[in-house]
Design a protein around this ligand. Structure first.
Ligand SMILES: [Zn+2]
Length: 238
């Protein structure tokens, strides 16, 4: 990375004001990247990542620490971090790792696989959507080296940053939490309350944050939060 505009390390985003008893509460660590063309302001007019993370913290009842913000949007005197891949390369799933331009960006962000892999990387792209013209965000794990553990990435488009899509980032974080929950498959716990439905990564509840099209949904059940709290990415200070 040529130049970094960093916020102070350990900027803690809490679900509510930190009280006396919150000392030592477990948290997730995040790295935020804005690519060329990405909206840097959220629908509330504040820093987009901060709005997204604040909302996710409240919905999931977890804390986050933003370790770094790499502002490559080219605005506000920042440098331009051109993605090097186009909208047609943005497909959600395993094919991510096969796109060389995207892979090279992810390698740079993880310092060629040397940075700690409990950090969740959230990348805001300048595209309106993914290649299919519909998908607004995606969460996926990727191994940077053959023997290494996976890193966790979340890619979001500009349509994930609108007033009617406030829960997109929290939704994608949910996938990352589920995927890394110990001894559990990547399934949404609410799917298990329907005996005649197959276990699914998404909730069938229409007002739920883990509904396939979450919009600005704000409902999460206790079982979902409990699963998120079991993620191996959660940092517990001793
Ligand atoms: Zn989803």
């Amino acid at each position: 990375m040529r130049k970094r505009k960093e916020r102070p390390a350990f900027q803690k985003v809490n679900r509510k004001k930190q009280g006396k008893n919150d000392q030592g509460r477990p948290y997730y660590e995040l790295s935020i990247t804005y690519l060329d063309g990405a909206n840097i302001f959220g629908p509330g007019g504040k820093d987009r990542a901060y709005e997204d993370i604040q909302r996710a913290a409240e919905l999931w009842e977890v804390d986050f620490v933003i370790k770094e913000i790499i502002d490559g949007s080219g605005r506000n005197n920042s440098f331009r971090l051109k993605p090097g891949f186009s909208k047609k390369d943005l497909v959600c799933g395993a094919s991510f790792g096969r796109n060389q331009a995207l892979l090279s960006l992810l390698k740079t962000l993880t310092h060629k696989g040397r940075s700690p892999n409990h950090i969740i990387h959230i990348i805001y792209t300048g595209f309106a959507s993914f290649a299919d013209g519909e998908t607004a965000g995606c969460a996926f794990p990727l191994q940077m080296s053959r023997w290494g553990n996976s890193y966790h990435f979340i890619l979001l488009t500009n349509s994930a940053g609108t007033a009617s899509n406030r829960s997109l980032c929290a939704h994608e974080l949910g996938h990352t939490f589920y995927r890394t929950a110990r001894f559990q498959r990547n399934i949404d716990p609410t799917t298990l309350i329907y005996p005649f439905r197959r276990p699914d990564v998404h909730s069938h509840l229409e007002d739920n944050v883990m509904y396939p099209v979450p919009g600005s949904n704000s409902s999460l059940l206790k079982s979902q939060k409990e699963k998120a709290w079991q993620s191996s990415l959660l940092i517990k200070e001793s």
